[in-house]
Design a protein around this ligand. Structure first.
Ligand SMILES: NC(=O)c1ccc[n+]([C@@H]2O[C@H](COP(=O)([O-])OP(=O)(O)OC[C@H]3O[C@@H](n4cnc5c(N)ncnc54)[C@H](O)[C@@H]3O)[C@@H](O)[C@H]2O)c1
Length: 344
């Protein structure tokens, strides 16, 4: 079995989910970590017992044995880091969002295509147990015709040395960081979106931190995606999905502790109702979805297969929809996606 040598770029909050996830995999080893802040790189390297660097290029030059890079840096840095990894021929798993605009995402696609590397945007919700079941139900036609759907992801603002996240250009706040998960998942269920309308409010950061976005899909499905970074202190990270079809209704709910890393005391349920049948109520297995996501990507690398779970076209489409949701919030208008030119 090939043991992949992983180079982790960015040792911030989400790296604390990736490092233990990598350690759960038999076919992966964290070879090195890198962060522009030396103290963060060193602390992560000490915990993971690997080498540390303060610059991704130096890491890739010094350690040719690295075959896979995991990019976990602020969103505005993703595109240039994918390009760097492509220059060294490394497979790349890059945190979401791929970039801040659909056109930047398209440039990443072109870089990936030209270099021939394996690439996937890390959309962990696609690997999260309750969502996986909803997708399987959708693909099996269990829901029938989709009448309406509702997805939600709410949290208190998560602040550390991450000012970039609350900069409208660099991180975009909740509309870019959180809504992207649900829009991507909705796209995976319902196909190409037709139009969007958003009711959203900004806070003192000037980012849209509270959003209700309605999306109409070309195939006829409709849904509302809600997100917020303005829940008050103590509100547990929460995600929710309800799909209302002509043949079944399903409701998934997950509430963690203080943050997504605090899975102690998390409660999770999936309920399914179908006419003439007793309701089904289950607690989806709470495995480590980050480990599943990384394992899936490594399997694609081993097989020489392009990751189909999340394609680059999906990553471009999701940013097109998010950029349109933001434009709708700014203009107070319905935005038709086929006529939308890009981020305002
Ligand atoms: N999938 C998820 O559940 C999830 C959750 C949170 C964040 N994210 C995504 O992960 C990414 C990182 O988020 P975070 O919360 O960990 O941010 P963070 O600010 O906590 O950490 C980012 C780290 O990257 C470092 N960095 C910046 N530029 C760098 C560069 N060029 N090279 C090396 N290191 C660099 C910073 O010093 C910082 O330590 C974002 O894109 C975010 O949207 C995903």
């Amino acid at each position: 079995m090939k043991k992949h040598q992983i180079g982790l770029i960015g040792c911030g909050m989400i790296s604390r989910s990736h490092i233990p996830a990598i350690s759960m995999l038999e076919n992966a080893e964290l070879a090195a970590v890198c962060d522009v802040i030396a103290a963060k790189a060193e602390a992560a390297a000490q915990a993971a017992r690997c080498r540390s660097f303060t610059d991704a290029r130096s890491m890739l030059q010094a350690m040719p044995e690295i075959d896979v890079c995991l990019i976990a840096t602020p969103t505005y840095t993703h595109a240039e880091l994918v390009e760097l990894c492509a220059e060294f021929g490394k497979a790349v798993l890059c945190e979401k969002p791929i970039a801040m605009t659909a056109s930047q995402a398209a440039r990443v696609r072109d870089v990936v295509a030209k270099s021939g590397i394996r690439y996937m945007t890390a959309m962990v919700v696609r690997f999260w147990s309750g969502y996986v079941i909803l997708k399987e139900m959708m693909d099996a036609g269990v829901f029938g015709e989709i009448r309406m759907s509702y997805f939600s992801r709410c949290s208190q603002a998560q602040r550390w040395d991450n000012d970039w996240l609350y900069d409208p250009i660099l991180g975009g706040g909740a509309m870019y960081d959180m809504l992207v998960h649900d829009v991507d998942f909705m796209n995976s269920l319902f196909g190409p979106a037709k139009n969007v309308y958003a009711l959203a409010s900004r806070d003192e950061t000037n980012c849209y931190q509270n959003v209700f976005a309605s999306i109409e899909y070309k195939g006829g499905a409709r849904g509302v995606a809600e997100t917020s970074f303005t829940m008050r202190e103590g509100y547990p990270f929460s995600m929710y999905a309800k799909v209302m079809g002509s043949k079944a209704t399903a409701e998934f709910s997950y509430q963690a502790g203080y943050s997504i890393n605090d899975r102690q005391g998390a409660c999770c349920s999936l309920k399914i109702w179908k006419d003439g049948q007793d309701p089904i109520c289950m607690e989806p297995e709470q495995y480590n979805a980050y480990a599943k996501e990384i394992a899936y990507f490594l399997d694609c690398v081993d097989r020489g297969k392009r990751p189909e779970a999340v394609t680059l076209e999906n990553s471009i489409e999701v940013m097109h929809v998010i950029n349109a949701i933001e434009a709708s919030a700014k203009l107070g208008q319905v935005i038709e996606l086929d006529r939308f030119d890009g981020r305002l």
